[in-house]
Design a binder for this molecule. Sequence first.
Ligand code: FAD
Ligand code: NAD
Length: 465
Amino acid sequence: MKEIVCKLLVIGAGPGGYVCAIRAGQLGIDTVIVEAGKPGGTCLTVGCIPSKALIHAAEEFDATQKMLAGKNPMGVRVEGASIDLAKTIAWKDGIVGRLTAGVSGLLQKARVKIVHGRAHFRDGKTVEVETETGQQIIRAETVVIATGSDPVELANLPFGGRVISSTEALSLTELPKKLVVVGGGYIGLELGIAFSKMGSEVSVVEATPQVLPLYDAELVRPVMRKLSESGIRLLAGAKAMALADNGEALIVETSDGRRETLPADRVLVTVGRRPRTAGSGLEELDLDRAGPYLRIDDQCRTSMRGIYAIGDVTGEPMLAHRAMAQGEMVAEIVAGRKRGWDKRCIPAICFTDPEIVTVGLSPVEARAQGYEIRTAQFPFSANGRAMTMLSEEGFVRVVARADTNLVLGLQAVGVGVSELSAAFALAIEMGARLEDIAGTIHAHPTRSEAVMEAALKALGNALHI
Ligand code: FAD
Ligand code: NAD
């Protein structure tokens, strides 16, 4: 039996784990990372990147379809269009391959030892890994748990056959004619919209009265409008009961208590994700939990000394950039640097059509925290660049303290607004005031001018509206 002794052991090479290991290696810490699958984790292999590749392909196809149908006023016409989903998936797999190989290369460059296999805890500082070449024991002074999350399965609709999770949805090589999505959150809407654009007939069954319940109704409204325009059927306040006896349809209880049968080639269940803690000896360690997640403090320390946890296994928001920021911070703490979780905001983006981005507090959240606020919206319908891109839907919204004009939140809904998230987050991290945004020259013509205009409007000085 082989044995490795190291200073730092990272379990899981998703965005949390691999960033932690790279930074630790850069800081000269003797680091080992164990990964059961491919480096890059959920995000690179079956999450962020594959879904955005599919969404982009779907948008390109949809735009071509609209040109074909003569539905664009720009004068662009095309003769014919089709989508070869198997080729789209192969293209997506190529991107995934390049990125996962890139992560391996970065780990090697940082002198991190990669062990391939599933880690199982023997005790808090020792794991065993079944590798292709036999059992490997790893002992470490410090351990970082970065094991991520798995899709939640519904007891009445277990995965298998026609019932799939996002992982299978991202590798379908044949387009489902009829797709029923259960859960209208991030994944359900991002993928539901993409499949609709590619030509599937899509229905979304959402338990709460509004899709994307995490976002405020104002931001979600343009998405709702687009869902209905594109023929996606939304059953809000509805319950997915079970597959019909022939297995070819989903039985749903609608908000008014009726039963409806929705024919489905595939039923995509996207009702959240749960921490991946089972089967790796974590239960026996008996670490403190926050609900189902591992409880951490502001340095990502768990209840056991020398054991840290980062990323999805520690709960919401389950976002790759949060996991990465935690990973970088923990590596520096292990290297003896003084660090704590001092972020003012974690941007969140929903890659729907149109996209939604939110950073900091919404007006409702700011008021609930006792702030008196100034808030203003600037619509893309008054933005020249948006007009030239046929994307006038949506707006930018700013929320600031009424007494000091300190910016508390920035949100937007519109085509391509995800790229505004950096400006939004920077403004909040830097403690910007409305005057800072309004006084910054924003290049013309860009959609980002709407950010400056929203700040001007909040100050009572709007120029272009
Ligand atoms: P993971 O990425 O889940 O990585 C954990 C790794 O640990 C895995 O590789 C796993 O194999 C490994 N592992 C687990 N247990 C063991 C063990 N015992 N031994 C060895 N290895 C183990 N987030 C965004 O910010 N933006 C997006 O656009 C976005 N889109 C998404 C789309 C989809 C369809 C999904 C499913 C998720 C999406 N997410 C997105 C969420 C994002 O993928 C996660 O927040 C992120 O991957 C979490 O990183 P992590 O390092 O905590 O865990
Ligand atoms: P989610 O929490 O975003 O949405 C789940 C939805 O399912 C909610 O609207 C919920 O009300 C609904 N729901 C729950 N139980 C239900 C039931 N029995 N029947 C019908 N509806 C039900 O979860 P998700 O879409 O599975 O995504 C999981 C996580 O992945 C998210 O929390 C997010 O952090 C991450 N993610 C992020 C992005 C992004 O950043 N763009 C994209 C995809 C996923």
